[in-house]
Design a protein around this ligand. Sequence first.
Ligand SMILES: *Cc1c(COP(=O)(O)O)cnc(C)c1O
Length: 386
Amino acid sequence: MIPYGRQDISDDDVATVVAVLRSDFLTQGPEVPRFEAALAQACDVPHAVAMNSATSALHVACLALGLGPGDRLWTSPNTFVASANCARYCGAEVGFVDVEPDTGNMSVADLAARLAQAEKDGTLPKVVVPVHFAGLSCDMAGIAALAQRYGFRVIEDASHAVGGRYQGEHVGHGRHSDITVLSFHPVKIVTTAEGGAALTRDAGLAQAMQRLRSHGITREPSQMRGEPEGPWYYEQLELGFNYRLTDLQAALGRSQLARLSDYVARRRALADRYDALLQGLPLCTPGRRSGVESAWHLYVVGVDEAAGAPPRRQVFDRLRAAGIGVNVHYIPVHWQPYYQALGFRRGQFPQAEAHYRRAISLPLFPTLGLDAQDRVVAALREALRP
Ligand SMILES: *Cc1c(COP(=O)(O)O)cnc(C)c1O
């Protein structure tokens, strides 16, 4: 089976992790700050706060922005559940914004329409979480203009998008947002097994997130309410969590990060090749935007029944039977029983639902060979026969 995504672990990665295993610190040692410095440099942003997952980073980001009971967070339904769940951890309500049909990214037009209505109703969101679907940045300038006008904060869920660019700047640079969240799960662009990070240009937010990932504790005298009673002294200022990344994971992450631009270049070359090889088939290939370079976490095609393709389910089953480990991204979050129980209904976000109904994610990862990619395309061609 050719999987849809797969990590790439080099001998250097292994040696780096083994060296940490034999060192003094397995966690809370020097590797986490080193990884954070490398991440901040790679994304051209002043502050990176590493955590044990993107889910933890989203939670802490929401808390740092003051999201709480009575507040609202909006995201798009075409995402993993974590992009919405972070609001629920804080006791806030979730709302959704529909997506652009060709990219699966949050639609700025739909966001604008919903904000205008919410302003009348007194239900404006405190935080909006645009998700850079498949690695392509959302229209951040458009979202930031609305953030100015309506006074909400922005957390970019860039779990798919590290190594991508938006208008010449690295995703994570943060010109148009407060915080950017990354994931280092093995199917993402670089991995630490489990892991994530929050990036920000704001020193105060970085400090708050550093505390919240570690029990709400500070050892910095300048942050303390009282005088330090000695070198052992620390203070818990608020209720935080243990969301720390280990030194083993951080070392793996730093070793992986050295290959970030190679990874993205390889993914882009494979995506361009898919675009060329799939021409003329009854498929929608991924939408692109000028000035935006995707990190190509996923290559998602839309099975176009109107153009004569068989139903998506049939195409999917044929591909799996042919040994192609395709997947589907994403079941709309508001369809999940948990969100249905909160009052959401099918049909509420038609573009995200239509996107889901036609989507198939083809194998895409840096070590996918051209022969293997040709096999995927041949199997897809076969699977699309009436
Ligand atoms: C993977 C993913 C997450 C969660 O990442 P974890 O590191 O597994 O917690 C959140 N949002 C999106 C869009 C993702 O793809």
